[in-house]
Design a protein around this ligand. Structure first.
Ligand SMILES: O=C(O)CCC(=O)C(=O)O
Ligand SMILES: [Fe+2]
Length: 307
């Protein structure tokens, strides 16, 4: 029997999410294909408190300022190996901790469709939190990734979906500027692409996501996907809004990194989604630091499944 996660439902409804926030077709696409695309113009986004032009300018300034250092906050476990001038992800510009860096990012983690999709796909017994808000931009001539999923692959039909990604496109996504490729339906598979021999080659059923600036590209964490190489050097920036089950790691420990003045301006519902209320437990920093150690990974996964 499924138990409703009442706090998440209560708070996302306070933030305007209803049963009808996603259309029937969007829900069907999420369930069957593993992704859906929702487009809004710059003007329409303004009604949601999202100023795409301002965000775009602020991102450019941050890229200028942080350059190859961008995104290091989430790569603490590899920081010691990174040399001067080396991006944490070779071939891509990243930025992290956006919420701490400018007010223009504040409404991005309460976009109703992103919240509704997270609630729709993540196991209904599990409460939800924002994991991170990051910027990714492939560098000219670079940025290709192998086929992957963004979390530990599901192995059994009964394994829960624990994360959903929503990419807000700040530029048009085209084949030439290195768009994301996906293989529709692969979110249902119980293995990662590498186990079927897919690394950096074309997949016979791949689809290039071609969509204009202002699109929200929402996908199940288990969908096979990969960023392509930026062939024409044109900007291809997106902000990734990642929700996860509260059982697993938040990539950013918002409770720790957001200051008190920021928290004071947040509603109870927003603080809940950031896992930054007084009663929310702090992440275990030791285990998080060593999260890629195979033994720690195994223990945490077993523990999360037991919870
Ligand atoms: O930028 C993209 O197209 C996708 C990036 C991605 O999948 C990742 O970094 O995990
Ligand atoms: Fe990914």
């Amino acid at each position: 029997m499924k138990i409703k996660s009442c706090l998440t439902n209560k708070y996302i409804s306070e933030l305007g999410v209803t049963e009808n926030t996603l259309s029937y077709n969007q829900k069907l696409e999420l369930k069957e294909n593993g992704y859906t695309l929702i487009h809004r113009s710059v003007k329409e986004w303004l009604k949601y408190g999202v100023d795409l032009n301002l965000i775009s300018d602020v991102i450019d300034d941050l890229i200028q300022k942080e350059s190859w250092r961008g995104g290091r906050e989430s790569h603490d476990h590899v920081n010691h190996q990174l040399k001067e001038g080396e991006h944490p992800e070779p071939g891509a510009q990243r930025l992290n901790h956006l919420l701490s860096k400018h007010k223009c990012f504040r409404k991005l983690f309460t976009i109703p469709e992103a919240l509704a999709a997270a609630r729709y796909l993540i196991d209904s017994r599990e409460e939800i939190a924002l994991s991170q808000l990051i910027l990714r931009m492939p560098l000219p001539g670079k940025g290709a990734q192998n086929w992957h999923v963004d979390w530990i692959p599901r192995r059994k039909e009964s394994d829960p979906v624990r994360s959903v990604l929503s990419s807000l496109l700040l530029d048009d996504y085209t084949i030439e500027n290195g768009t994301t490729r996906v293989v529709p339906g692969t979110h249902k598979k119980l293995c990662p692409p590498s186990e079927e021999g897919y690394f950096d080659q074309d997949h016979p059923e791949q689809v290039y996501i071609e969509a204009p600036k202002g699109t929200l590209f929402i996908y199940d964490i288990n969908l096979w996907h990969r960023a392509s190489r930026n062939l024409n050097g044109q900007k291809r920036r997106h902000i990734n809004i990642n929700y996860r089950s509260r059982k697993i790691w938040q990539q950013v420990n918002f409770k720790k990194v957001l200051d008190d003045s920021f928290k004071k301006e947040m509603s109870e519902a927003e603080l809940f989604l950031l896992k930054a209320r007084k009663e929310d437990k702090l992440r275990n920093e030791f285990l998080f630091k060593y999260r890629n150690n195979p033994i720690i990974k195994k223990i945490c996964n077993a523990y999360w499944n037991y919870l």
